[in-house]
Design a protein around this ligand. Structure first.
Ligand SMILES: [Zn+2]
Length: 52
């Protein structure tokens, strides 16, 4: 799983089963981390959009 801080754009990998830290490890801003979608997930979304 890959996460990104939307404050400073720091990205990092988090192993599955590990808890997402509350603060960005780089800039220490709280609640700024969000999951980065993989290329495959983006492709899946596009596929689903055309399925209605
Ligand atoms: Zn940050």
């Amino acid at each position: 799983m890959r996460y990104r801080c939307n404050n400073c754009n720091y990205t990092f990998e988090l192993k599955e089963g590990k808890r997402l830290p509350k603060k960005c490890p780089y800039c220490s801003k709280e609640n700024s981390l969000e999951r980065v979608k993989t290329a495959q997930e983006l492709i899946d979304e596009v596929v689903h959009l055309g399925e209605e």
